[in-house]
Design a protein around this ligand. Structure first.
Ligand SMILES: *Cc1c(COP(=O)(O)O)cnc(C)c1O
Length: 223
């Protein structure tokens, strides 16, 4: 087994009963490193820059499910709309409607997650709980045939304080249940809680993550 394959196997072994899927975050890593993970059976990869994703998508197998995990500018949606499987970090109504528009141009329905800002750092993106409630209550998304809102995403504060990280994940889980009951009770597609990275994915799994986004613990430090 290669080192990458071994790390993927170890992470998978720590996910209780397939409760979450592993998104291998390959940003800044080479197509060769991705091919190694692919050979180990990994099929979901996360990228955060459009141009880098475009280059990799063109070179790598077509059955890879590419997830866009970074901050996405509306004017770049058109480049990835033909193939992107899931957009994790939708943080404005404008981005949501642009994904809808571009998806319909390509005859697609793209799954998206709404990004919630729970971390202490102001540099992290996302909506407050109230902004997210307002967007959903407004209801325009119900007429958007090009998107499917599939859940929520967040990043925790970068801290050694585990209880703080746990509380942030837990708050998003509670909010997920609220939103599910209010808007998606009859919608099985609303199912994802995307949280947990290399440093905090074990806490995230314990707090109900369904998608862990792990980069450096698989591929090593980014260049
Ligand atoms: C880079 C990144 C990750 C992965 O980070 P690691 O610490 O390398 O696991 C996860 N989510 C987002 C949004 C990222 O930008």
């Amino acid at each position: 087994m290669t080192a990458i394959a071994q790390r993927i196997a170890d992470i998978r072994a720590g996910i209780p009963q397939d409760s979450a899927a592993l998104v291998a975050v390959s940003k800044y890593h080479s197509a060769e490193a991705i091919a190694e993970a692919y050979a180990a059976g990994q099929r979901i990869f996360g990228e955060s820059r459009v141009q880098e994703l475009q280059e990799k998508q063109a070179r790598l197998p077509s059955d890879i499910a590419w997830h866009f995990i970074g901050h996405l500018q509306p004017n770049k949606v058109k480049y990835i709309a033909p193939y992107i499987a899931l957009v994790h970090a939708v943080d404005t109504p404008k981005l949501l409607s642009e994904i809808d528009r571009q998806a319909r141009r390509f005859g697609r329905r793209i799954e998206v997650l709404l990004q919630i800002h729970v971390a202490a750092e102001a540099t992290k993106f996302g909506m407050t709980f109230d902004e997210c409630r307002a967007l959903l209550d407004k209801g325009e998304w119900r007429d958007m045939q090009g998107i499917q809102i599939a859940g929520l995403m967040c990043m925790a504060t970068h801290t050694d304080d585990e209880s703080r990280i746990r509380a942030e994940f837990r708050s998003v889980r509670t909010f997920f249940d609220e939103i599910k009951a209010r808007h998606f009770a009859d919608c099985p597609a609303f199912r994802h809680r995307s949280y947990g990275m290399s440093e905090d994915y074990r806490i995230a799994l314990a707090e109900g993550s369904t998608l862990v986004r792990i980069g450096s613990a698989i591929f090593g430090e980014r260049q």
